[in-house]
Design a protein around this ligand. Structure first.
Ligand SMILES: NC(=O)c1ccc[n+]([C@@H]2O[C@H](COP(=O)([O-])OP(=O)(O)OC[C@H]3O[C@@H](n4cnc5c(N)ncnc54)[C@H](OP(=O)(O)O)[C@@H]3O)[C@@H](O)[C@H]2O)c1
Length: 263
C-alpha cells in the first residue's frame, strides 16, 4: 500500500532513541523529509546518520528540551523553515519519573506537567500556523496505556497522561474544520532503552534478574510478549498518513491487548 508520505514534512520530537527514533525511521523509509529532536545533539546526530544510511533520505536534527516553551517554539520554527512547511507533528517526550504519590514534591509535579502535558501544548500551538497550510496535516500525541488504566508505581504518568488525551480529543473536534487530524497512541510495554532501565530497576528492587522481570511483564500481555518499537512506528505512521485519512480523535492502545478496559 502506498501511504502517500513521499515528500511529507514531518517533525518527530524526543527521537534520538526508542519510540520516537523508530517512528522517524519509518517515516523516512516511506520517503518523508524528517526533522528529529532530543536534548543531546551528539546522540541525535548519530540516530539521524543511522536513519539516512537505511532510507537514503535526508534527516535533520535540532536539539532542545520540549518541556521549555521557548525551546519548543524555536524547534518548530527551525523545523518548518528547514522543511519549508510542516505536514505532520509527532508529539513525544521522555516519560516522567516512576514512583508513588509520597515520592514527589510540588516541584517534581510541576516539572512532570511541563514535560508530559505542557510540551504538547507548546509544540501544537507553535505548529498550527504551518499545519493549517498543509493538505495532509496530522498531529499524533504519544501517551501511554496509563491514560486508560493506572500502572503501579507510575503515579505522575497515571495522573497527567489523561489530560493529554483530553487535549487530543478536544483538538480533533476544534481542528477538523481546518482538515487537521489529531490522534493519540497509547503504547503498552515496548522494548526501548526506557524499558531496559525499567526492567533493571525492577530486578534490583525484587532481587531478581531483568530477564525474569521481562518474562513477568510479557506474561501479563495477552499476546505473551513485549511490543517492538517497529510495531509502534508502523501504527503511528499509518495513522498520520493520507492512507489513514479518516482516522480522527482516536486514542489507540498499541499494547498487545494488555489494557483490561472494554472501551
Ligand atoms: N517504551 C514503553 O514501553 C512506553 C510505554 C508507554 C509509554 N511510553 C512513553 O513513550 C515516550 C517514549 O518512550 P521511549 O520508550 O521511547 O523512551 P526512551 O527510550 O527513554 O526515549 C526517550 C527519548 O526522549 C528524549 N527526551 C527525553 N526528554 C526530552 C525532552 N525534555 N525534550 C526532548 N527530548 C527528550 C530522549 O533523548 P534525550 O535524553 O537526548 O533528550 C530520548 O530520545 C515516553 O513518554 C514514555 O513514557 C513508553
Amino acid at each position: 500500500m502506498d501511504l502517500g508520505l513521499k515528500g511529507a514534512k514531518v517533525l518527530v520530537t524526543a527521537a534520538s532513541q526508542g519510540l520516537g527514533a523508530a517512528t522517524a525511521e519509518r517515516f523516512s523509509l516511506e520517503g518523508a523529509q524528517v526533522v528529529i529532536n532530543s536534548r543531546n545533539l551528539e546522540k541525535l546526530q548519530q540516530t539521524a546518520a543511522h536513519i539516512v544510511e537505511k532510507s537514503g533520505h535526508p534527516v535533520y536534527t535540532f536539539a532542545g528540551d520540549v518541556s521549555e516553551v521557548s525551546a519548543a517554539q524555536r524547534l518548530v520554527k527551525n523545523a518548518a523553515e528547514t522543511l519549508n512547511g510542516l505536514d505532520i507533528l509527532i508529539v513525544n517526550a521522555g516519560g516522567p519519573p516512576a514512583g508513588g504519590f509520597d515520592d514527589f514534591d510540588a516541584t517534581t509535579w510541576d516539572q512532570a506537567i511541563q514535560l508530559t502535558f505542557l510540551s504538547a501544548v507548546y509544540l501544537i500551538q507553535a505548529s498550527l500556523p504551518y499545519l493549517r497550510q498543509s493538505s495532509r496535516a496530522a498531529i499524533l500525541t504519544v501517551t501511554s496505556i496509563a491514560a486508560k488504566q493506572p500502572v503501579a508505581n507510575l503515579t505522575l504518568s497515571n495522573a497527567i497522561r489523561p489530560a493529554v488525551i483530553g487535549l487530543t480529543k478536544t483538538l480533533s473536534l476544534e481542528l477538523g474544520k481546518d482538515q487537521i487530524r489529531v490522534n493519540s497512541i497509547l503504547p503498552g510495554i515496548t522494548d526501548t532503552e526506557r524499558v531496559t532501565h525499567l526492567m533493571q530497576s525492577r530486578a534490583d528492587r525484587n532481587h531478581s534478574t531483568p530477564e525474569e522481570e521481562r518474562a513477568k511483564s510479557a506474561g501479563e500481555i495477552p499476546l505473551g510478549r513485549i511490543g517492538t518499537p517497529e510495531e509502534f512506528a508502523n501504527t503511528a505512521v499509518f495513522i498520520c498518513s493520507p492512507a489513514g485519512g479518516f482516522i480522527n480523535g482516536v486514542a489507540l492502545a498499541v499494547d498487545g491487548g494488555a489494557t483490561r478496559a472494554t472501551m
